[in-house]
Design a protein around this ligand. Structure first.
Ligand code: AMP
Length: 183
């Protein structure tokens, strides 16, 4: 299994910017826009993802709204497989399956088209987002993949916040790969 080299890690990590107290006090927001507008870092990242996943024989990459779309759509094109958006409630036009998940205050909901994976039999799906924190979003997205008939073979994140237990909870459901773990 391909892992990130030390040099690749340094280049990617250095390209991600920390924004203190966004969107509210006490949160360190991991800003990946500085990775995206750094051609070397973006290319090192995408090349690593391609090298890791080219042996998985994936049928689809499912990206989580919204930053998961950026990495997921590019990766799907490189791998020659389909891309499926998992969107926030109310954005998808066709019949959807939806899943609610708890936020710190209140609930949120993600959706997928009911026929998103129907072009393949026993579709193998990679789930991708930029970051896993509490794991609520990814857990709901993994449930949607299953309900829509897909097999979630792995969930991939550029960053994993290890001081929250999101990754360990999601591991009960699928393999989890985070390129950079933030302690
Ligand atoms: P969670 O459901 O708590 O795992 O949160 C994951 C989602 O929220 C992902 O789509 C992230 O893009 C976003 N997110 C949560 N915490 C942060 C953070 N500290 N920096 C950037 N994005 C975050």
């Amino acid at each position: 299994m391909i892992q990130l080299s030390k040099t690749e890690r340094t280049i990617i990590e250095a390209s991600i910017r920390d924004i203190q107290d966004f969107p509210k006090k006490g949160i360190v927001f991991k800003d990946i826009t500085t990775l995206l507008n750094n051609p070397e870092a973006y290319s090192v990242l995408m090349n690593h993802l391609y090298q890791r996943y080219k042996e998985y024989n994936l049928d689809f990459v499912a990206g989580i709204d919204a930053r998961g779309f950026i990495f997921g759509a590019a990766l799907a094109q490189m791998l020659g497989c389909g891309f499926v958006p998992i969107r926030k409630k109310g954005k998808l036009p066709h019949t959807t399956i939806s899943e609610k998940y708890a936020l710190e205050y209140g609930v949120d909901e993600v959706e997928v088209h009911i026929d998103a994976f129907s072009a393949k039999e026993n579709p193998k799906v990679l789930l991708i987002d930029d970051l896993i924190a509490t794991g609520g979003t990814a857990n709901a997205a993994a449930n949607l993949v299953k309900q829509a008939g897909g097999e979630c073979v792995e969930a991939c994140f550029i960053l994993g916040l290890t001081f929250l237990d999101g990754m360990s909870k999601l591991q009960e459901k699928t393999n989890v790969y985070s390129l950079i773990e933030v302690e």
